[in-house]
Design a protein around this ligand. Structure first.
Ligand SMILES: Nc1nc2c(ncn2[C@@H]2O[C@H](COP(=O)(O)OP(=O)(O)OP(=O)(O)O)[C@@H](O)[C@H]2O)c(=O)[nH]1
Ligand SMILES: [Mg+2]
Length: 182
């Protein structure tokens, strides 16, 4: 298990272009705000992240989420040594992105620097009518094999950053990771 010293409390947020990383961070920021917004309201607009985007969240203690834009895929690995865990986002309503998402996921799971960091796999956009169910996604990504071969502890959630479904589970995972670091 990673220690809090490694990468401080920087949570790396990765995933294909347009999978919903920036919107997720904005939603988590609202959920973790002092008034603990129950009603998320309309989703705020987002722009493609060209580079990296750092956001502080207060989840019991301060953590920093570092989103790397999907277009940064070729250099994601240069940030691997500076993180304590990874959130990996997949657009469950975009079949054309599945093969590249799968290759990127396998690549990060086999990276030396990430062998001991917890990984949260997020299947996002489940509010869209055309989304692929968790059963379908698990089968396409061969999640059973991945989880049994990977060295990292892997957790899987389904979310909609649009309507907020599943976001409490993401918050719960962040808290549990922080708790394990204590
Ligand atoms: N319907 C729906 N739309 C979503 C969801 N999450 C994000 N979106 C939309 O998808 C688009 C892309 O979202 P972003 O959060 O900018 O995606 P990103 O992963 O940060 O993309 P890059 O920064 O380019 O890597 C935006 O129009 C979002 O409003 C979701 O769960 N459901
Ligand atoms: Mg973004």
């Amino acid at each position: 298990m990673a220690t809090a010293g490694r990468g401080g409390s920087t949570f790396l947020l990765l995933g294909g272009s347009g999978s919903g990383k920036t919107l997720l961070v904005k939603r988590l920021q609202k959920l973790s705000s002092r008034d603990g917004a129950k009603d998320l309201g309309e989703p705020p607009p987002t722009l493609p992240t060209v580079g990296t985007n750092l956001t502080d969240l207060q989840i019991g203690k301060k953590i920093t989420v570092r989103e790397l834009g999907g277009c940064m895929g070729p250099i994601w690995s240069s940030y691997y040594s500076d993180c304590c865990c990874v959130l990996y986002m997949i657009d469950a309503a975009k079949p054309t992105q599945i093969s590249s998402s799968c290759v990127q996921l396998l690549s990060l799971l086999s990276a030396e620097e990430l062998t001991s960091v917890p990984v949260l796999i997020i299947f996002n956009k489940i509010d869209l009518p055309c989304y692929m169910s968790l059963v379908e996604m698990k089968s396409l990504f061969r999640i059973q094999d991945l989880v049994s071969c990977a060295k990292q502890p892997i957790t899987i959630v389904e979310t909609s950053a649009h309507d907020g479904t599943g976001l409490p589970k993401v918050m719960q995972w962040l808290r549990s990771v922080l708790h394990d670091f204590r």
